[in-house]
Design a protein around this ligand. Structure first.
Ligand code: ADP
Ligand code: MG
Length: 348
């Protein structure tokens, strides 16, 4: 899957900054009709005619957001693009362009940065977005990568976090908790490796989990599917920090409460079996795990028939009056208040 280029190591200074930028970006093809000028001038030029534009940015820092000892650079590039494309989708918009800014220390040879850009290019191709600019600078130690993404939509299609109403259905795409468990598996293998570098881990029982951590996807397909079904969510958010944290965002910004049903939370079989093995509660993992990049949204009751039984989305609860609070209804039919246990950058 990942080509081994370790035998070749070219010092970036051989190319110089402009040579490097040219080398990295010349392989990218512009496809969006809205891109008038991409990389190569002082700024990109875009023409969105009468559409609305959404804009979002994320900063990833080595040692805080990623660990290069088990995150291949190609995957990192892919993921850095995906997390932003996911935010564009969460506005109900179609992603169109990204910019990528990197800070790299001299510990990275050209081949490493090529891998990073190979991953970014795969994401651009898969999601049909153009790379239209960025910035390149040096860092004293680690790597920083910042991606900005743009998307377009008609003004009437924008979906905010704030539009949910009491009785709306709460819906989630895909399944939850796998990305977090994938990270736990990789962390465990890293510790094993540190003790015994000869160990050859067999990770086939966790392949879905690891894939979900290393190679997440943005649910652009769900945005398209909802359009085809003629369903406009009343509120939407992508799940980067964990279900509980995102539900609380929706409820707070929409001024509603919620009943979430534990037995409805979609879990992959590998999540269930790995939770048993690690002796952790699968509901906790789904609520607090994070980085699944699924879409969490609310739809009006009258849209129930359009989405019921759809294998790509699960109705996990419904919204209530704010005074009823934000609650989990357990399998034992107990009501527990949901608190923010989602990942928080400032925790610890
Ligand atoms: P400036 O000095 O005006 O910031 P740069 O030399 O940094 O210009 O960038 C030249 C062009 O290359 C611009 O179009 C910029 O957006 C693009 N660019 C710079 N770094 C990157 C990068 N890491 N990835 C993609 N495009 C980049
Ligand atoms: Mg610059």
């Amino acid at each position: 899957m990942i080509e081994d280029k370790s035998f070749k190591s070219t010092n970036i200074s051989e190319l110089g900054e402009f040579g490097l930028i040219d080398h990295l970006t010349s392989q990218f093809v512009i496809k969006q009709p809205t891109t008038i000028k991409g990389v190569g001038d002082d700024a990109a030029v875009l023409d969105f005619k009468n559409q609305q534009v959404v804009l979002t940015t994320d900063l990833l820092i080595e040692g805080v957001h990623f660990d290069l000892s088990y995150m291949p650079l190609k995957h990192l590039g892919y993921k850095a693009a995906i997390v932003n494309i996911s935010d564009v989708c969460a506005m109900n918009a179609t992603p169109t362009q990204i910019t990528v800014s990197i800070a790299i220390s001299n510990r990275f040879p050209l081949e490493a940065i090529e891998e990073l850009y190979a991953g970014i290019k795969i994401a651009c191709e898969k999601y049909g977005v153009d790379l239209v600019g960025g910035d390149t600078t040096s860092s004293t130690k680690g790597m920083l990568i910042s991606v900005t993404a743009l998307g377009v939509l008609k003004a009437e299609d924008v979906v905010y976090r704030s539009g949910a109403k009491p009785n709306d259905l709460l819906v989630v795409s895909g399944d939850l908790g796998a990305a977090y468990l994938g990270l736990q598996v990789l962390e465990r293998e890293k510790q094993v490796f540190l003790v015994n570098p000869q160990s050859q881990p067999d990770l086939t029982a966790y392949d879905y989990l690891i894939e979900r951590h290393l190679k997440p996807e943005a649910r652009k397909d769900i945005i398209e599917m909802l359009k085809e079904l003629d369903v406009k969510p009343t509120a939407m958010i992508d799940i980067s920090d964990g279900l509980s944290s995102e539900i609380l965002h929706l409820c707070k910004q929409s001024n509603v409460g919620c009943k979430l049903y534990e037995d409805k939370i979609p879990l992959d079989q590998q999540v269930i079996s790995t939770c048993e093995e690690f002796n952790i509660n699968s509901t906790t993992v789904a609520l607090s795990g994070g980085e699944d990049y699924e879409l969490l949204f609310t739809v009006a009751q009258e849209d129930f028939d359009k989405i019921k039984g759809n294998p790509s989305m699960t109705i996990i609860g419904f919204m209530t009056e704010a005074k009823e609070g934000v609650n989990l209804i357990t399998r034992a039919n107990q009501q527990i208040e949901i608190t923010a246990q989602g990942w928080n950058s400032f925790k610890e």
